[in-house]
Design a protein around this ligand. Structure first.
Ligand code: PLP
Length: 417
C-alpha cells in the first residue's frame, strides 16, 4: 500500500519521497491537462522495467569488481562475460568483438580516431564521412585533422542519401576509415550500409557505421553485412544513459583512446560498469526480439501522423520523405513558423519533441543535417523532429495531429507573412 501523503507531498518514509514528490508534482501540473505526450525517443528512451530488473542486483549484493579474484569478483566477471556474449549474439558477432563504452559518443570517437591512429603509419591518412553524421563522428573527424590527417565529406542527395559517385571518388587507397551512419538521428534516412561497406572494403578501407538510431529498427548482422566497426548506445533502446558499445570485427586495426588498465585487453581500460553492461545486453535482446513488430507499428503511426499533418498544413515539408527511412523519426517544417516557438507551444500543452536546429550560445543555427541536404536556412529554422517509440500510442499521434495544425494556425495569425 502507498505510504500516506501529507499536503506538501512529504512522507515519513524517505525511500519513497522522490516517487511521492513526482506524483504530487504531476497531479498539480497535469491534472487539468490530458496525459503528456513524449515524442522525443530519438533523444532518449525510458529505461525498460525488464532492464532495470536485470541490473538491480549489481547495484546491491552483486557489487564485485570483475578484475578481483575472489568470489565477488568472479561473480561480477561471470555477469559481464555473459552480458558481452548476449550483446554479441544480437549483432551476429563473437563476444571478443564487442567492447562496452560509456556512450555512443565514445564508441564513435574510438571508431574514427582509434582506427585512424592505428593505420596512419601505413600511409592511409584520410577519413571519409558524411556531412549529416552526429557531432560525435564529425568532431572525431576534425580531431583526426588536428593530428595531421585529412577529412573528406561525401556529397549528399536532397533526400539525405549518400551520392555513390562521390563516395567512390573519395574512398580510395589513402583512406584509413570511412564512417557512414545507418540511420540519421534528425530525419531518419536509412543509408544502404551493406553496399557502402562492401565498396569501402574493396579499397581496403575500414568501414564504420554509427548504428545508434538503427539498432532495434534495422536488421544488423555482422555475418551478413561487411561493416568492420559499429557503434551502439544504450539509452536509445531502453537501457540507461551512460552505456554504449563498439563492435570491432576481428583483425581490424584499432588503438585505444585511454590508457591505464588491462580491461578489454587494453582496448578500453577502466573498471567495467557491470550493471550497465547487463542492462544494455538485456535491452538489446528485447529490441532485437521486437524489431519487426516495432517497425510495422511505428511506421503505421508515423505515416498516419504525416498524412494528417500534410492534409491540414498543405505547405508543410517533411524532410527526407522521398528516400528510405527508419520508421521512428519524422522531421517537419512549416514555412514561416519558427521551431523554437512551436516547441514551446507544444511543451506548454504537454507534448515533448525537439527542434531540427541546434541552439548554440543563444543563437539558433540551422541544423547541419538539413543544410547538407540543401534545405534553405528559413525552412531549416522551422524544423521540428517528432520521434516515436515505446511510449507512443495512436492516441498520442491523434492528439498531436490535432494540436499541431491548430498551433500553426495560431502562429500564422500572430506573425503576418
Ligand atoms: N550517434 C547518433 C546517431 C545519435 O543519435 C547519438 C545520440 O543522440 C549519438 C551518436 C551519441 O550517443 P550518446 O548519447 O550515447 O553519446
Amino acid at each position: 500500500m502507498d505510504p500516506p501523503l501529507s499536503v506538501t507531498g512529504e512522507t515519513n518514509e524517505s525511500y519513497c519521497q522522490a516517487d511521492c514528490f513526482s506524483r504530487w508534482l504531476n497531479s498539480l501540473a497535469f491534472n487539468r491537462m490530458p496525459d503528456p505526450v513524449y515524442l522525443d525517443h530519438a533523444a532518449t528512451t525510458p529505461v525498460r522495467a525488464e532492464v532495470l530488473e536485470a541490473m538491480m542486483p549489481f547495484f546491491g549484493p552483486r557489487f564485485g569488481n570483475p578484475s578481483s579474484v575472489h568470489r565477488w569478483g568472479r561473480e561480477a566477471r561471470t555477469a559481464l562475460d555473459a552480458a558481452r556474449e548476449r550483446l554479441a549474439h544480437t549483432l551476429g558477432a563473437a563476444s571478443d568483438e564487442v567492447i562496452f563504452t560509456s556512450c555512443g559518443t565514445e564508441a564513435d570517437n574510438m571508431a574514427l580516431i582509434g582506427v585512424w591512429r592505428a593505420r596512419r603509419a601505413s600511409g592511409r591518412r584520410a577519413v571519409v564521412t558524411t556531412p549529416i553524421e552526429h557531432k560525435a563522428v564529425l568532431a572525431a573527424a576534425h580531431q583526426v585533422v588536428k593530428e595531421g590527417g585529412e577529412e573528406r565529406f561525401v556529397v549528399m542527395h536532397r533526400v539525405g542519401l549518400v551520392d555513390d559517385r562521390s563516395f567512390d571518388e573519395l574512398v580510395t587507397g589513402d583512406v584509413a576509415v570511412c564512417s557512414v551512419m545507418w540511420v540519421n538521428n534528425e530525419i531518419g534516412v536509412l543509408q544502404d550500409v551493406p553496399a557502402l561497406a562492401a565498396r569501402a572494403k574493396a579499397s581496403g578501407v575500414v568501414f564504420h557505421t554509427d548504428a545508434v538510431q538503427a539498432f532495434g529498427k534495422v536488421m544488423i548482422d555482422a555475418r551478413a553485412t561487411p561493416f568492420d566497426v559499429l557503434s551502439l548506445s544504450g539509452h536509445k533502446i531502453g537501457a540507461p544513459k551512460g552505456i554504449g558499445a563498439l563492435y570491432i570485427r576481428r583483425g581490424t586495426p584499432i588503438e585505444p583512446l585511454m590508457f591505464g588498465g588491462t580491461q578489454d585487453r587494453g582496448r578500453r581500460p577502466g573498471t567495467e560498469n557491470v550493471a550497465m553492461a547487463v542492462g544494455l545486453a538485456r535491452a538489446a535482446e528485447l529490441a532485437v526480439a521486437e524489431r519487426t513488430h516495432e517497425w510495422a507499428k511505428l511506421e503505421a503511426m508515423r505515416d498516419r501522423l504525416e498524412a494528417a499533418l500534410l492534409a491540414r498544413i498543405p505547405d508543410a515539408v517533411i524532410h527526407g520523405r522521398g528516400g528510405p527511412r527508419a520508421p521512428h523519426i519524422t522531421n517537419v517544417s512549416v514555412p514561416g513558423v519558427d521551431s523554437e516557438s512551436m516547441l514551446m507551444a507544444l511543451d506548454l500543452r504537454g507534448v515533448a519533441c525537439s527542434a531540427g536546429s541546434a541552439c548554440q550560445s543563444g543563437s539558433v543555427s540551422p541544423s547541419h543535417v538539413l543544410s547538407a541536404i540543401g534545405v534553405s536556412p528559413d525552412l531549416a529554422s522551422a524544423a521540428i523532429r517528432l520521434s516515436l517509440g515505446i511510449l507512443t500510442t495512436e492516441a498520442c499521434i491523434d492528439r498531436v495531429a490535432e494540436l499541431f495544425p491548430a498551433l500553426v494556425a495560431k502562429a500564422r495569425r500572430l506573425t503576418p507573412a
